[in-house]
Design a protein around this ligand. Structure first.
Ligand SMILES: Nc1ncnc2c1ncn2[C@@H]1O[C@H](COP(=O)(O)OP(=O)(O)OP(=O)(O)O)[C@@H](O)[C@H]1O
Length: 327
């Protein structure tokens, strides 16, 4: 169990992490999301022991993890941290980088290097010098190297931001399945919602160095309760119940507002929300349509291109409204 207990940290006068509290269990996957500058990387660095905390403590199975003032070499042996700069040895091969921690001729080590190179889909580059690889390939080498000594905790800062879309999906599936199988606790600081939604048990939302929410990604997505959280999941509509309700509004929903995603709204003759199309953006399987209703911008999806200026009616079910009400 990893416990982050009332942790605060500042680089200079301005406080960067404020009173951070959470617990993580063995094998749990936690995504850390938040706008740029919200403190995601700083939180990972604090957990890894690179920063001396101003207040609070971090414990691992009951023992306090001490910061750089108390460790000659900052960091902890049972953890691996993959930062945005990968810290690889450029003039040695991929296999040598991944196998850094194993002695020459160590058969178990060689098998492990092979397995990790396969997971990261780097077989074709095993004997290539790292300096000759692309940024995305180097990122995969850094991930394989971090896993070589089977850490109990893995800290990943934007782990796939340099990898192309197709490879990213298959790598993510392979990596997170491997981490679950090996019961490795994993923290991922990310801007990519797929990391948060599909591959984490828990999502921590940071804003200005504070925890805004800590919940399952499904619960956060379905009931974001806050515009900042909703926006992290993509385009979002901020509406009043009175904008869309047909008939008398039940007393518990009067004067309430709610967030909804573009897919919650559909063009329909029975729709009560009248909007005018501003622009349609092609998304392959459908269009994302930007529209205006009074002074509000409303996004929805539609299978066909809709002309700018066209008036359409949008429908949202009462069940969805009830689910997305802001308390
Ligand atoms: N070494 C440093 N010295 C001083 N301030 C720093 C340092 N590193 C980060 N900061 C500041 O701390 C705040 C949090 O930065 P951090 O890198 O943790 O954010 P982040 O959420 O990871 O951002 P991003 O998504 O852009 O990577 C920012 O305001 C940043 O400018």
């Amino acid at each position: 169990m990893l416990v982050v207990d009332h942790v605060s940290f500042s680089y200079q006068e301005k406080i960067t992490l404020k009173n951070i509290n959470f617990k993580a269990k063995k094998g749990e996957h936690i995504s850390i999301i938040g706008e740029s500058g919200s403190g995601k990387s700083t939180l990972l660095k604090s957990i890894y022991g690179l920063l001396q905390l101003n207040e609070g403590k971090i414990t691992w199975n009951g023992e306090e993890l001490l910061g750089p003032d108390f460790n000659l070499i900052p960091g902890h042996l049972f953890m691996k941290y993959v930062a945005q700069d990968f810290e690889l040895m450029p003039f040695t091969t991929v296999a040598e980088n991944v196998g850094t921690y194993f002695a020459r001729g160590d058969k178990k080590g060689e098998d492990r290097v092979k397995e990790l190179i396969e997971i990261m889909q780097l077989e074709d580059f095993a004997d290539t010098k790292v300096k000759n690889l692309s940024g995305g390939q180097q990122q995969r080498v850094a991930l394989a190297k971090a896993l070589a000594t089977k850490p109990e905790v893995l800290l990943l800062d934007e782990p796939f931001n340099q990898v192309d879309h197709f490879l990213k999906n298959s790598l993510r599936r392979a990596l997170f399945a491997y981490l679950k199988k090996e019961k490795i606790m994993c923290f991922v600081a990310t801007h990519d919602m797929t990391d948060a939604l599909s591959y984490s048990d828990t999502t921590i939302v940071l804003k200005d160095g504070e925890i805004k929410a800590n919940n399952s990604p499904k619960k956060l997505y379905e009931k974001p309760n806050d515009r900042y959280i909703a926006l992290l999941f993509g385009e979002v509509n901020d509406l009043n119940v009175s904008d869309v309700w047909k008939g008398e509004i039940p007393s518990e929903l009067k004067n309430k507002s709610f967030f909804c995603y573009p897919h919650d709204l559909r063009k329909s003759k029975i729709g009560t929300l009248k909007v005018n199309v501003v622009q349609s953006y092609y998304r392959g399987d459908r269009y994302l349509v930007k529209s205006r209703s009074n002074k509000k911008t409303v996004f929805f999806f539609h299978k066909n291109l809709l002309k700018t200026g066209l008036e359409v009616s949008l429908f949202i079910s009462k069940e969805t409204i009830a689910k997305r009400i802001v308390n």
